[in-house]
Ligand binder design. Structure first.
Ligand code: ADP
Length: 502
């Protein structure tokens, strides 16, 4: 595991933002938490504190929900035309693009990911998402419906549907793609005319705060987007249980997803969408382009340090090619340059926090205890920062924790298979169903297998392909509903049937 040298520092521009005292965005104003409390934000590559942010809690959530309700019911936002709304979202995308380098640096400092990756993936994808959703603002349509009403012979009707915004939405996001997750959530909510209280992850609040500064510049009225920094058990719980929130959209762990559903159910039955965990099978068929599949398997698990809910964490390889493939992936793992995300040569940064590092290492220990062997990596890097070596596990069994549970780190567990039927059953043998991939040269096999895999995304001869137009979300315990594409628009609107007797 080559280690890159000491990181260069972030630009003066970025640091002048990071070094500020960060507050909550409520009703267009940056305000301290009602309690006056703040908490630390760390650079996960060094463990050093880089900023302090306001610790929002129930009282702040209340204020933010009130502001969002006011902005939804009255004021300029509901009076805007769809075209005006679309142009504001487009303007936001333009502003984000103008600040691309700054956002990439913030993301790298706060989350640990390589700046180069944030600049090539996270920030451009967020920009594209906003542009895609800006286009939707003017295309949200109902239908006219010919109705018959047999019990009123001779009566004539004009019936139609309206698609209306759901209302005040709470959005609770994780730390793995802080800016991009904010964009996935905010984009469709803004396009449909909802108002928002966004609760960012406590580990990575900075890019959403920076984005908050751009909303005013883009022309959004006060209260349309409110941003709360704070902890899950306090601010997050207050939001998901708030009686005046119409919908909660959550991305994070399946455990917390259950809490969100409970809170929604025991408050006002607000609508819920969830994007949760995964344990995605990455399947290499014997006829695949093996070098491409090896590179693809490494990317599937090591991209974003494996901190992706759709990471290809179970690698299925035919017995005849198993050694070749796992040795190839292990070779990739050993070559990854692990270091500070701001270093231009870094291919993999630290995990996001000490908690996450410990969690991943617990899985590595349990894998070893249960008899798995690390062909590459297998442990944390001692010293500063929350680094874990890119790891390839072999000698796995279906009942092992490393096969059953989401590790959310750079750890792939390889599985040998013999027969296609056994393969499909094993690939689907998970409580999760977020993503899957197939590597093959046989198109017919690929399409057939794609139908049988119980997953919300299936990639063929590729992995981690995302687009604002493609729906993303989970089967089984990986979630409810979809992000992106027109499906996201549907989930931020509700249908009203209007019937007029003529
Ligand atoms: P992870 O375990 O990967 O940190 P979580 O599911 O705990 O993921 O966190 C994702 C988001 O959910 C974060 O914004 C976090 O603050 C929030 N969260 C955590 N616990 C709760 C909760 N009880 N209610 C609402 N939100 C929560």
């Amino acid at each position: 595991m080559p280690i890159t040298a000491e990181a260069p520092s972030a630009s003066r521009n970025t640091m002048s933002f990071v070094d500020r005292e960060h507050k909550l965005l409520i009703d267009g104003q940056w305000v301290a938490a009602a309690s006056g409390k703040t908490f630390e934000v760390k650079d996960p590559a060094t463990g050093r504190t880089i900023a302090r942010v306001a610790e929002g809690d129930k009282a702040d959530v209340d204020r933010a929900v009130k502001a969002a309700r006011r902005a939804f019911e009255s004021g300029p936002w509901p009076a805007l035309t769809a075209s005006q709304r679309g142009r504001m979202i487009w303007k936001l995308a333009d502003l984000l693009e103008q600040h691309l380098d700054e956002f990439a640096e913030i993301e790298s400092l706060d989350n640990g990911k390589p700046r180069t990756i944030a600049a090539a993936a996270d920030v451009p994808l967020a920009i594209d998402l906003f542009r895609y959703m800006a286009g939707w603002a003017t295309k949200i349509e109902g239908n006219t419906i010919p109705i018959s009403v047999g019990y009123m012979p001779g009566a004539e009707f004009h019936a139609y549907t309206l698609r209306e915004p759901v209302g005040v939405v709470a959005q609770i996001i994780p730390w793995n793609f802080p800016l991009l997750m904010a964009a996935w959530k905010l984009g469709p909510a803004l396009a449909t005319g909802c108002t928002i209280v966004l609760k960012v992850a406590e580990e990575t609040p900075l890019s959403a705060i920076r984005l908050g500064h751009l909303f005013k510049e883009a022309g959004f009225p006060d209260g349309v987007v409110n941003i709360i920094t704070g902890f899950g058990e306090t601010a997050g719980a207050a939001l998901s249980g708030h009686p005046d929130v119409d919908k909660v959209a959550f991305t994070g762990s399946t455990e917390v997803g259950r809490l969100i559903v409970k809170a929604a159910g025991s408050s006002n039955l607000k609508k819920v969408t969830l994007e949760l965990g995964g344990k995605s099978p990455n399947i290499i068929l014997p006829d695949a382009d093996i070098p491409a599949a090896i590179g693809g398997a490494a990317n599937a698990i090591f991209f974003n340090h494996g901190q992706c809910c759709c990471a290809g964490s179970r690698l299925f390889v035919h017995r005849s090619q198993f050694d070749q493939v796992v040795n190839g992936v292990a070779e990739h793992a050993r070559k990854i340059k692990v270091g500070h995300g701001l270093h231009p040569e870094t291919g993999m940064g630290p995990l996001v926090s000490q908690i996450q590092q410990d969690r991943v290492c617990r899985f590595l220990d349990s894998g070893k205890r249960e008899g798995a062997k690390a062909l590459a990596g297998g442990q944390r890097r001692e010293g500063d920062g929350y680094f874990v070596e890119p790891t390839v596990l072999i000698d796995t069994r279906p009942d092992m924790e490393v096969i059953r549970e989401e590790i959310f780190g750079p750890v792939v567990a390889a599985v040998r298979y013999d027969e296609p039927e056994e393969l499909i059953a094993a690939a689907n043998d998970s409580v999760y169903g977020l993503a899957a991939a197939i590597w093959t040269r046989d198109l017919s096999k690929a399409h057939k297998l794609a139908r049988r895999l119980r997953a919300g995304s299936v990639w063929v001869n590729c992995y981690n392909i995302f687009d604002a137009a493609l729906p993303f979300g989970g089967y089984k315990q990986s979630g409810w509903g979809r992000e992106m594409g027109h499906e996201a628009i549907n989930l931020y609107t509700q249908t009203k049937a209007v019937t007029v007797q003529l």
